[in-house]
Write a protein that binds this ligand. Structure first.
Ligand code: SAM
Length: 277
């Protein structure tokens, strides 16, 4: 039976508030699994199993799949679509409230592959960037415009705090664009699959917390100079902010959004070394 028929059979009603736009195309699903670098050795964490279409495709290629789903009304649907998928475990709950460290103890090393609910794309990704210890990479379907932000170059309008946060751990690459017609119900935007392979220490910093604080500061007010943002964020005088910028080799009229992650890392090291953050 097709997934659409199974959903109808169980009287499932789509919940917009959970970002429920499902996939069914087998070729696309198999391509996403390939994009995610999943093989028989891979443990996969999927966020948002939905009706289980991607979960099933992942199950065929992976060693093990742990899929989270917030909507408990999908339980009977998933029981049917995933019947026979012995290597799949479904956990019902909100990923954002899950104890990630405990989940990682169960998973061991793993990769994330997911068609993410759009309303929580950034907070979900940030958990993997900032909290995860055993994650080797993330391959996620996101809105095309968000994919552009993930991959943006410094100095472009799409470059922002999330781009700089990603850069510390990996490089985001768009593996494919996916038109809105591939989803049901059909969303108002097109999507793209983005792959980020994690590489700890890709941009070395003395303190990740200091780097995060600098990133927040650099993009606090895009119109202001970095010097002004530094004064606001770290309660520095203009002279102190100027000195910090000079030590980091950054022009005093520079704006944060023009600086590549490596330069933000240098600034974070100077601030950390001076005991400011
Ligand atoms: N993987 C399925 C597919 O590709 O067809 C469904 C993808 S759909 C875009 C996103 C799914 O994430 C929905 O089923 C939604 O209920 C679920 N979801 C939304 N917020 C969630 C959260 N905080 N934690 C876990 N699942 C969530």
């Amino acid at each position: 039976m097709e997934i659409k028929e199974i959903l109808i059979k169980h009287g499932f009603s789509f919940k917009k508030q959970f970002g429920q736009n499902f996939l069914t195309d087998e070729n696309l699903l198999a391509a996403i699994v390939r994009d995610g670098g999943v093989d028989a050795e891979t443990t996969v964490l999927e966020i948002g199993a939905g009706a289980g279409a991607l979960t099933r495709a992942l199950s065929k290629a992976a060693k093990k799949v742990v899929a989270m789903e917030i909507d408990r009304s999908l339980r009977p649907v998933l029981a049917e679509t995933l019947s026979g998928c012995e290597n799949v475990e479904v956990i019902f709950g909100d990923f954002l409230k899950t104890n990630l460290a405990a989940l990682e103890r169960e998973l061991g090393r793993y990769r994330v592959v997911a068609n993410l609910p759009y309303y929580v794309t950034t907070p979900v990704l940030m958990r993997f960037l900032e909290e995860a210890a055993l994650c080797d990479g993330v391959t996620v379907m996101v809105q095309e415009e968000v994919a552009e932000r993930f991959c943006a170059q410094a100095g472009t309008p799409a470059y922002g705090a999330v781009t700089a946060a990603i850069a510390l751990k990996g490089e985001a690459v768009v593996t494919r664009k996916v038109p809105r017609t591939m989803f049901f119900p059909r969303p108002n935007v097109d999507s793209a699959v983005v792959r980020i392979d994690f590489c700890e220490g890709r941009i070395p910093v003395l303190s990740k917390a200091a780097y995060r604080a600098v990133v927040r500061c650099a993009f606090l007010s895009r119109r202001k100079t970095l010097e002004n943002n530094l004064m606001n964020c770290f309660r520095l005088s203009r002279a102190q902010a100027g000195e910090v910028l000079c030590k980091a080799g950054i022009a005093d009229m520079a704006r944060g959004e023009t600086l590549p992650p490596q330069t933000l890392a240098r600034l974070a090291d100077v601030l950390h070394g001076a005991g400011i953050v």
